[in-house]
Design a protein around this ligand. Structure first.
Ligand code: 0RA
Length: 668
């Protein structure tokens, strides 16, 4: 505001600037009210939310001002009270908010602080350079969101007081009484507006207690107390004073989770770079537990999403511990490096940075963005953590030992995982339950029939020659799963059973010399579904057991389509319509006669055949028809499979229709 404006304000006559304007307000007051009104229309912008979280945020806003006064070196004690009717009172023994008229504002420092958003700059910034405040706001925001607020200041030998109702002062700041000259401090009392905090205006003693305890850890030497004076509150009290700061915090974190540290001292690392405007405070230890507790702060605000300081810390403890372990011969040359996760197993640490210009990022501003923080933390930890380890060899050995245990456990777990995978897929010692194996063991003599459908599977088991023929019934439903990826198929129980039955593994480690059968025969219905299943199986062989096809071990059984019954002599079978006509012609030329009833039977599926028929027509090596699968077939199946499983519907439908026709014409 320039001086001419200020002058006109000072000389402001009643009703200046328009008849409708309330006489006690000038232009600057209107601006102030607009500011506070904005806080009320968009409270989320200032305190995050208007639920219980936002409500508690009001308390922190006031307390943080008192903490700033402690950081500036003046306040030593903060008292917080929860009052009846859900009022909050915060009292500190700092310098007291300035009571004099602020030049250029025309009102007391107290009123400026209470009504101007971002009033910080009005006071020369002394002692407020490293200030928290999540959204850079303060008392005025709390005032804007309160129905009533009282400020009491002891300063310069007087107690001063001012009351606000609906964020407007009842009267100017007023001298109440004389107090001893050296007695200074600020007391702020407020009542949150239920019109803003519609969900609740009820404070939680525990939530406030936790936060105040954390504040006490972060500000060593500062005494903080909390009293619940609500009738329902049951007169709860708590008070905190930690001389050890973050080291006490780490000890407390270990304690409250009953995790005894591996060694007695908490490691404390501190550093400051004044020209860079950054300071760092770290405390850490290790316990025997497996989890990690890592809390990070920037300007005493918890950075729940970490950020640059956390990245720097993690990177540096990992590299420093590896360097130390190598230097001291605690890791062998052949050992892999300890990973970050290995190093952090059992770690309990608090990292707090303070910087002049903190950049809070992310949706909830819970992440520090300053890149200089990462470099600074890394450098400090690299130097000071190493030095600490060097001067505490027993603890150093315990820390490396703990991380090495984590490393070994990680490797062992990986091996166990790989072994169990191998066992289930490749080396399953026992043959699967579903497999009805044959008696012979010589793979050259042995055949495996993969049979679609349970009833056909039953006939195949009864009709087979058990000496050399094994049966694996598959439930077609599983294989038919639309859009199943081959990966999914391989992981399915059915396919696992198939892989285990063949006994030679799958994928890159497939070993054809271990195949337990040199004839693996797909036996499916001669219809669309059967063709589909054959396609799926061939795809599987092509992708995961290609050498089995290359060796010529894969076949497709060709069940006949027709049975021709004569009045005398054995029945004839035909594998196509043309062949059916051919057989009938040949028989009649030989003088045979078709039976009068059901002379030409069309098989609709394998399930229609009884065990004897299945043996005679499809399984008996002296009569059956097998089609050896070559690489071209399998490649075609693979492409077909991709098409069948793809997104395009039209080519799939066309294929199924065409296949339905072509299947009928498979020629013997
Ligand atoms: C502005 C300037 C100064 C102190 C404060 C505000 C102040 C605010 C609060 C809020 C709660 N407790 C507080 N204590 C101090 C600096 C005053 C000076 O330079 O003497």
């Amino acid at each position: 505001m320039d001086s001419s404006e200020q002058d006109s304000n000072l000389r402001q006559p009643e009703g200046a600037g328009g008849a409708s304007r309330p006489s006690q307000y000038n232009a600057s007051d209107l601006k102030v009210l607009e500011g506070l009104e904005h806080v009320r229309t968009r409270p989320g912008m200032y305190i995050g939310s208007t639920n219980s979280r936002g409500l508690h945020h009001l308390v922190y806003e006031i307390v943080d001002n008192s903490v700033d006064e402690a950081l500036a070196g003046y306040a030593t004690k903060i008292e917080v009270e929860i009052l009846p009717e859900n009022g909050i009172r915060v009292t500190d023994d700092g310098r007291g908010i300035p009571v004099d008229i602020v030049p250029g504002e025309g009102k007391s420092g107290v009123e400026v602080v209470m009504t101007k958003l971002n009033a910080g700059g009005k006071f020369g910034g002394g002692g407020y350079s490293v200030s928290g405040g999540l959204h850079g706001v303060g008392i005025s925001v709390v005032n804007a969101l309160s129905t009533k607020m009282e400020v009491e200041v002891e300063r310069g030998g007087w107690l001063w007081e001012q009351t606000y109702i609906d964020h407007k002062p009842l009267e100017p700041l007023k001298k109440v009484k004389e107090v001893p000259e050296g007695e200074t401090g600020t007391r702020v009392t407020f009542y949150a507006d239920p019109k803003i905090f519609k969900e609740t205006t009820d404070y939680s003693f525990d939530i406030i207690r936790q936060r105040l305890q954390q504040t006490a850890f972060l500000n060593p030497g500062l005494s903080i107390s909390l009293k619940d004076e609500r009738e329902e509150g049951g007169a709860q009290e708590a008070s905190f004073l930690y001389e050890g700061g973050l080291s006490d915090y780490v000890a407390h974190l270990c304690d409250s989770d009953s995790m005894p540290p591996l060694f007695p001292d908490v490691i404390a690392l501190k550093a400051e770079d004044k020209p860079l405007g950054i300071s760092l405070d770290i405390a850490l230890t290790w316990t025997g537990k497996y989890g990690t507790v890592l809390k990070t702060f920037a300007n005493t605000i918890e950075t729940v999403d970490g950020g640059t300081h956390e990245e720097g810390f993690k990177a540096a403890i990992t590299s420093t511990l590896n360097r130390y372990a190598r230097d001291k011969g605690l890791l062998k040359a052949a050992d892999e490096n300890l990973s970050g996760e290995d190093v952090r197993e059992g770690l309990v640490a608090v990292v707090s940075v303070k910087l002049v210009n903190p950049q809070f990022e992310g949706q909830t501003k819970g992440k520090l963005g300053n890149s200089e923080a990462k470099a600074f933390v890394q450098k400090v930890v690299n130097d000071k953590f190493y030095a600490w380890l060097d001067s505490h060899p027993a603890a150093g050995k315990l820390i490396v030992g703990k991380a090495a245990d984590a490393y070994k456990a990680r490797i062992a777990a990986r091996k166990a995982r790989e072994a169990s995978r191998k066992k289930s897929l490749l080396e399953s010692a026992t043959t699967p339950d579903k497999l009805k194996d044959c008696a012979y063991k010589n793979p050259d003599l042995c055949e495996l029939f993969i049979v679609e459908g349970n009833s056909a599977g039953g006939s195949a088991v009864s009709g087979r020659d058990q000496k050399f023929q094994a049966i694996l019934p598959l439930r077609g439903k599983i294989l038919n799963t639309e859009k199943a990826t081959t990966e999914k198929m391989v992981r399915s129980e059915t396919i696992e059973t198939l892989i285990a039955s063949i006994g030679a593994g799958s994928g890159p480690s497939f070993d054809v010399s271990k195949a337990r059968y040199h004839k693996v025969i797909v036996m499916a219905d001669a219809d669309v579904d059967g063709a589909h299943i054959a396609t799926l199986l061939l795809t599987l062989f092509f992708r995961y057991m290609r050498p089995l096809i290359e060796a010529g071990y894969v076949y497709i059984a060709m069940p006949p389509l027709y049975r021709i019954r004569w009045t005398k002599g054995p029945d004839s079978f035909a594998f196509s319509d043309a062949q059916r006509d051919q057989r009938i012609k040949e028989g009649q030329e030989e003088g045979r006669k078709l039976r009068s009833e059901n002379a030409i039977q069309r098989y609709k599926g394998l399930g229609e055949m009884d065990a004897q028929e299945l043996w005679e027509t499809t399984m008996d090596p002296s009569k059956r028809l097998l089609k050896k699968v070559c690489m071209g077939d399998a490649e075609f199946a693979d492409a077909t499979f991709a098409m069948l499983m793809g997104e395009a519907v039209e080519p799939r439908r066309e294929f199924i229709e065409a296949e339905a026709k072509s299947v009928k014409f498979i020629d013997a």
